[in-house]
Design a protein around this ligand. Structure first.
Ligand code: F0G
Length: 482
């Protein structure tokens, strides 16, 4: 223990000084490979326009020899960088000196086994775990990435930050602005397209909230133009620094498993930031010799917003060692536009037509031997009710991971005795409307909110019992229903 603490003290000291140029930005396209400094603000490669990574010259950086070295930080939880579930792993995302890293206490997540959900999914007891990100300060996984984006924004002296959002990124940005006062938040949301829990957060935290007459993809296109024209710092996941923070979700999964690698990571896919970050995390851990093998990843689309599924499983699009056949994607998007096809799902968080991280996600699928599936709104809501009844609640998009795992077990792709981690990306209270509509006795409400999306029944509904304001009647009802 004393030895560990000492190793860590050394690492800690060194981490406050980052060797010059040991972190940089690099185009993900191997054919291009252009680099630029970390002090530059970019959301695309200046040479070819593809996405950027934050890359490291690991040989010049102090990386622990084993993941268990991070455990020593638990004893120092009064240090906010040890307390943070992101910065506890600073040595694995060392683009800024530790004393400049922004934290509001993100990453206090838990990895909870659930035998109830395992049974629903078709797995043996003890084989399904839920990585619950709803305990983050703004109630979703986005805070992992926001702490990293804010760290970079502070390094370069930004005073305003913007994002387009289906609600969680905006809630997170608004919160980090209100707590840190480092920047002012400008958020773009599709009018009527985000759940009330999330909208209420942005308003309450004081963000300038622009409701665009359009959907997420419209908001994304506009915010990129606006931020470029007005020099506003963009925190969407095209920002490579944000994804560095999201790598830590996987570090905490390994931590929760005593540094053992699970067989599967199952994650909902929207803009594909998480899946991209997870792939990068595992590739780097393997490169650094910190894990012996990489888990397989399953990315789950809602069938009403299934671009990744259509491209990967339908049209065979692959990373192809860095030379993806991107014409297939372009043709798909052209068809989408020609038919005016727009994403539509109750899982509003992932109601996205053109995922901005598509190329990175293809790379992550190659790294992890990954698969992509789509699940219906019916499957999502049934899985969500099972997650709620099994100990943790989540919002609809998050439950896509559980519905996807169930599908993959039924297809024999995931074995019944494999160890599976489903990522629950957002808190149950983000979208109470969907939950209440599922459990309601009011057929009109059910039809309006869910029937319109093809949801026909609520097999796991827990219906409220209406009783008169009368003690005898109440007692009779309790006897009847319990
Ligand atoms: N789950 C939740 C709860 C989300 O909010 C999102 C994305 C995802 C899953 C999909 O993650 O984009 O990394 O594939 N929400 C974004 C937002 C788009 O604006 O809040 P992804």
């Amino acid at each position: 223990m004393a030895h560990l603490a000492q190793t860590l003290a050394t690492i800690h000291q060194e981490a406050t000084i980052i060797p010059h140029d040991s972190a940089f930005q690099q185009c993900i396209s191997p054919a291009c490979g252009a680099t630029c400094g970390i002090d530059e603000v970019r959301v695309a490669c200046p040479k070819c326009g593809d996405l950027l990574d934050v890359a490291y010259d690991w040989n010049r950086l102090p990386v622990p020899r084993s993941l268990a070295a991070f455990e020593a930080k638990w004893a120092r939880r009064n240090d906010r960088h040890c307390f943070s579930g992101v910065w506890r792993f600073h040595e694995l995302l060392p683009f800024a000196p530790l004393n400049q890293c922004v934290s509001i206490g993100e990453g206090q997540t838990l990895l909870l086994p659930s035998d109830g959900v395992a049974k629903y999914v078709g797995l043996q007891p003890g084989r399904l775990l839920l990585q619950y990100e709803g305990m983050n300060p703004s109630g979703s996984f986005k805070d992992n990435g926001m702490s990293a984006a804010f760290t970079h924004a502070r390094m370069i002296g930004a005073t305003r930050a913007a994002c387009a959002s289906t609600g969680n990124t905006s809630a997170s940005l608004a919160l980090y602005c209100s707590v840190t006062k480092l920047m002012k938040a400008v958020i773009f949301v599709g009018s009527g397209k985000i759940a009330y829990g999330k909208l209420s957060q942005a308003l309450d935290f004081g963000a300038l909230t622009m409701q665009i007459a359009g959907d997420f993809d419209d908001a994304m296109a506009r915010v990129q133009e606006v931020s470029q024209q007005l020099g506003i710092y963009l925190v969407n996941s095209v920002n490579p620094f944000r994804l560095e923070g999201q790598k830590t979700i996987m570090f905490r999964v390994l931590e929760g498993l005593g540094w053992e690698v699970p067989d599967w990571i199952v994650v909902p896919g929207g803009n594909l930031g998480n899946s991209s970050a997870f792939g990068k995390a595992f590739a780097e851990l393997r490169q650094l010799g910190l894990i012996g093998r990489v888990p397989r990843m399953a990315v789950i689309n809602a069938s009403g917003a299934n671009t990744l599924y259509a491209l990967v499983e339908g049209r065979g699009l692959r990373w192809n060692q860095g030379a993806p056949h991107l014409a297939a994607a372009e043709a798909y998007f052209a068809e989408m536009d020609a038919h005016q096809r727009r994403a539509s799902t109750i899982a509003s968080a992932i109601e996205i037509n053109r995922p901005v991280n598509l190329h990175k996600c293809l790379r992550a699928l190659e790294v992890t031997g990954g698969v992509v599936r789509e699940v219906s709104d019916q499957e999502i809501l049934d899985a969500k009710a099972q997650v709620g009844a099994g100990g943790l609640g989540c919002e609809p998009a998050s439950a896509a991971s559980v519905a996807g795992a169930k599908l993959l077990v039924s297809q024999g792709v995931i074995g019944r005795d494999e160890r599976v981690v489903c990522v629950l990306t957002g808190h149950q209270l983000k979208d109470p409307n969907a939950t209440v509509a599922y459990h309601t006795t009011d057929q009109e409400l059910f039809n309006k909110v869910l029937g319109s999306r093809g949801v026909r029944r609520a097999a796991f509904a827990n219906r409220a019992v209406a009783v008169p304001n009368n003690l005898d009647e109440i007692i009779r009802a309790i006897h009847l229903y319990s």
